[in-house]
Design a protein around this ligand. Structure first.
Ligand code: MG
Length: 223
């Protein structure tokens, strides 16, 4: 059986898990008495790192990101945020970061540990083998952080372009050749694209691209 672009497929899944974490904040107003937006970037980055390491042992140490995993809570305690082996342990750790807000901790831990199945038939059709040891990964877990924290959900687009607002927020994962820095593949996940005003749920979208040894393909191309 031909080896398919396993890493890129996995990055799509993990970016969708990251988008789920980002979207959980939307439920805050209903359920949580705590603002966990400052934590979301750290949590997303750690989730991406840990999930990729689990699937591709050795890759985790070549994943770099914008956030430090050191988090300071409201009491001024420094906590190293990471994904624990079990949901319960992650709940305990999140609980420290979120100053004992059990409901928020449990909700977030559940999303972080949830398996996400997410695929694109166009990507499934590609058969290409990229050796893992040549790869480096850069993550921007929440791009447009200011819009994520302060951004409105009611901004109108200008010919499809949002000048500000939640729609500007993206999860960016870029993969390069670690020797040369040449970009090889990447995923852009946009967690907030359109909102169902009755359920107040957001729908997102995810795009990807790959450029390797003469194969150039991205999610905008028809199959
Ligand atoms: Mg950022």
């Amino acid at each position: 059986m031909a080896w398919r672009v396993g890493i890129l497929r996995e990055l799509l899944c993990v970016s969708e898990k990251a988008a789920n974490i980002a979207r959980k904040e939307g439920e805050k107003n209903k359920k949580f008495a705590v603002d966990f937006k400052p934590l979301a970037g750290v949590l997303v980055q750690e989730a991406i790192k840990q999930n990729m390491e689990n699937k591709f042992p050795g890759l985790g140490k070549k994943i770099f990101g914008e956030e430090s995993n050191e988090f300071t809570n409201a009491l001024g305690e420094k906590i190293i945020m990471r994904l624990c082996p079990t949901v319960e342990e992650t709940v305990d750790l999140l609980n420290k970061v979120l100053n004992g807000n059990k409901l928020a901790s449990e909700t977030l831990a559940k999303v972080v540990h949830q398996d996400v199945v997410f695929s694109d038939p166009a990507l499934d059709a590609i058969e290409i083998n990229i050796p893992q040891d040549t790869l480096g990964v850069w993550v921007d877990p929440i791009d447009s952080t200011y819009q994520y924290i302060k951004g409105s959900a009611d901004i109108k687009s200008n010919q499809g372009i949002f000048p500000s607002g939640l729609q500007c927020v993206t999860i960016l994962i870029g993969v390069c050749d670690i020797q040369t820095g040449v970009p090889l593949m990447g995923v852009i996940n946009q967690p907030f694209v359109s909102q169902d005003l009755n359920a107040l749920r957001w729908k997102g979208q995810c795009n990807w691209g790959l450029s390797y040894m003469g194969t150039n393909i991205h999610s905008f191309l028809p199959v």
